[in-house]
Design a protein around this ligand. Structure first.
Ligand code: NAD
Length: 568
């Protein structure tokens, strides 16, 4: 077996975190929860996370594993928290003493809650529950406060909690955040050797489209809004109206719906329309649609007049977190997905979750599979949030904008690290080798997101059997995917047909099967392994299906000729 490690890149940009520090009983958790509600941000408590990871309460952890083990984990969690954005993060009382705290607080709004020692002692209640001060609460509190005084004063702006209710403290903390959070809010920059462009993420960002065009393309003339037909009257119309209101000359065009638009005939129609409108390189195309529409419109933009600048306004979750970032554009040909394409980086991307309201629930769930994939690769606390999330039901999950922002930051980091998709970006194929086999063998009846979900668990199980992946990851993943509703039913598939489809994938990799498996801190590309061994976890998973979905059941026919896998 050969193994190529693909470590997760550093993550940048997005909304600032709000970090709460301070001694025990200063109200970091309770004020943090309320401040998060006031700000509409998600909340994480690093002490609670440590308890979950270690499987027992902190007093027990201190007794059985010792303070050293807790501090090691605390440092690790601070590092993981620094990979989040737009999150309210409560840290433990001693967290400020770690080097990693400075990393977390850098770029964040950090607030230190304070209280005098006697009030802390009173609030602490039963000393037995606080192992660091249990022996002599009063003197120990004073001693620790003195030891940590410098670290607390350097950690952030102090908010005195003396005599204040939790609501009052939360209000003060939220105000502090509003006043200090920088104007980089909601902006992630994708940078590479040939291009650098902003991705705006968040409710209302569509209103900033015109300003974005002015800064990115100051000389742009007319705007051609090209939309997927499914959103022409909704998102497409809104984009046109926004730009007209800003005084722009707006022309319009449409491409088919979804995958049907990724055909040369649809692109030819767009070229015809561009010709009729005399579109040239002085104009700009604003593409509005899901991943398929963006692929087709982007391909037309890349090829018309040797490349017209374009901006994307994605309207599906998958398009926001994946297809709109990275500059890959393509159409399908001869039954093979994405076989004709180009690299054409957009000048800007606007991900406004309010455009997702018209999206059918099943499509929203599908897109969330990519969120889970990104979390596994590059953000353990995002994965934790997905594992802990309430079942999504039929609606969109809470904090959707946040989920999208985390995933955009991850995709942007991989694209920046490997703009031409020659190395590290292969990590993003996690789960996709299995998924492509499943999709192709079902004649694309199995939706992409559901196929990726199955592929992710299979890849994690393969990683465990190769000794590369943490043992509890497959179960965690199942939990997260179940909550989203992506594993509700598993398809019944003919193994020979799936195997045949996977073998087509093999050809794409020059004769050798290669699988991406998750490893701590990233992924590994493994090759030189027996295909049947690699397929074992996949068959196991399909066999475990408790219920079968007749709609997704594909018969034992041969794999369709030429239905090659999709190069991502
Ligand atoms: N270029 C890349 O880097 C990249 C990455 C991943 C996927 N892709 C491509 O993306 C495509 C899948 O994208 P997708 O999952 O967004 O599917 P999609 O674009 O096919 O959209 C799914 C369906 O939803 C409709 N739709 C889109 N937005 C809507 C909205 N807001 N409300 C209601 N309906 C809406 C579309 O018309 C379509 O019928 C595939 O073709 C895949 O190859 C490209």
């Amino acid at each position: 077996m050969r193994e190529l490690r693909l470590p997760a890149p550093a993550l940048r940009g997005g909304q600032a975190n709000l970090v709460l520090a301070g001694f025990s009983a200063t109200g970091k958790t309770s004020a943090g929860v309320l401040a998060a509600e006031l700000l509409g941000m998600p909340f994480v408590d690093l002490d609670q996370l440590a308890e979950r990871r270690l499987g027992s309460s902190l007093p027990e952890v201190f007794l059985t594993l010792g303070e050293k083990r807790f501090r090691e984990l605390e440092a690790e969690l601070l590092g993981e928290a620094a990979r989040l954005s737009g999150t309210v993060i409560a840290t433990g009382g001693g967290a400020v003493l770690h080097r990693e705290f400075a990393t977390l607080a850098g770029g964040a709004v950090a607030v230190v809650l304070t209280a005098p020692p006697e009030e802390i002692e009173e609030r602490l209640g039963d000393p037995a529950t606080r192992p660091l001060v249990a022996s002599a609460p009063g003197p120990r509190i004073r001693e620790l406060l003195a030891e940590r005084a410098l670290a607390y004063s350097a950690a952030g702006t102090a908010v005195d909690t003396t005599g204040k209710s939790i609501q009052e403290v939360a209000g003060l903390v939220a105000d502090r955040y509003r006043a200090q959070a920088n104007d980089k809010a909601q902006r992630v920059t994708v940078s590479g050797p040939h291009a650098e462009y902003p991705v705006l993420v968040g409710e209302g960002t569509l209103d900033r489209l015109d300003g974005l065009l002015r800064s990115q393309l100051p000389k742009a003339g007319r705007v051609v809004v090209v939309s997927d037909q499914a959103v022409t009257d909704s998102a497409g119309a809104l984009v046109g109206e926004t730009l007209r209101t800003a005084g722009r000359e707006v022309l319009t065009a449409a491409v088919g719906r979804g995958e049907a638009s990724k055909q040369i005939a649809a692109v030819t129609e767009l070229w015809d329309r561009f010709q009729a409108l005399a579109v040239d390189r002085g104009d700009v195309i604003v593409a509005v649609g899901g991943g398929a529409g963006l692929d087709a419109i982007g391909f037309a933009a890349a090829t018309w007049a040797r490349g017209i600048p374009w901006v994307t306004v994605p309207t599906t979750i998958l398009a926001m977190v994946d297809a709109s970032i990275g500059g890959k554009v393509a159409i399908d040909r001869g039954g093979a997905k994405n076989s004709v394409g180009a690299f054409h980086q957009p000048q800007a991307v606007v991900c406004d979750p309010s455009l997702l309201l018209t999206l059918p629930a099943s499509l929203a769930r599908d897109g969330l599979a990519e969120v889970v994939k990104s979390a596994v690769l590059a953000s353990p606390l995002l994965l934790d949030a997905l594992v802990q999330a309430r079942p999504a039901g039929e609606g969109l999950p809470p904090h959707l904008g946040w989920l999208i922002e985390q995933t955009v930051r991850i995709k942007a980091a991989y694209v920046a690290a490997d703009p031409e998709d020659l190395g590290l970006r292969q990590s993003l194929n996690l789960g996709h080798t299995y998924a492509h086999g499943l999709e192709a063998a079902s004649d694309y009846l199995v939706p992409h997101g559901r196929a990726v979900a199955i592929g992710l668990v299979a890849a994690a199980r393969l990683g465990v059997s190769l000794g590369l992946t943490e043992e509890d990851l497959p179960a965690q993943l199942r939990g997260a995917l179940d909550r989203i509703g992506l594993l509700e039913t598993l398809p019944s598939m003919d193994r020979a047909r799936v195997r045949a489809a996977l073998l087509l994938d093999k050809k794409w990799r020059r004769g050798e099967p290669a699988f991406v498996v998750p490893v701590r801190g990233g992924a590994a590309l493994v090759s030189g392994i027996d295909l049947d061994f690699a397929l074992e976890p996949f068959w196991e998973l399909l066999a475990e299906a408790s219920r079968e979905d007749p709609e997704l059941t594909a018969g034992p026919a041969q794999a369709p000729a030429g239905s090659g896998p999709a190069p991502r």
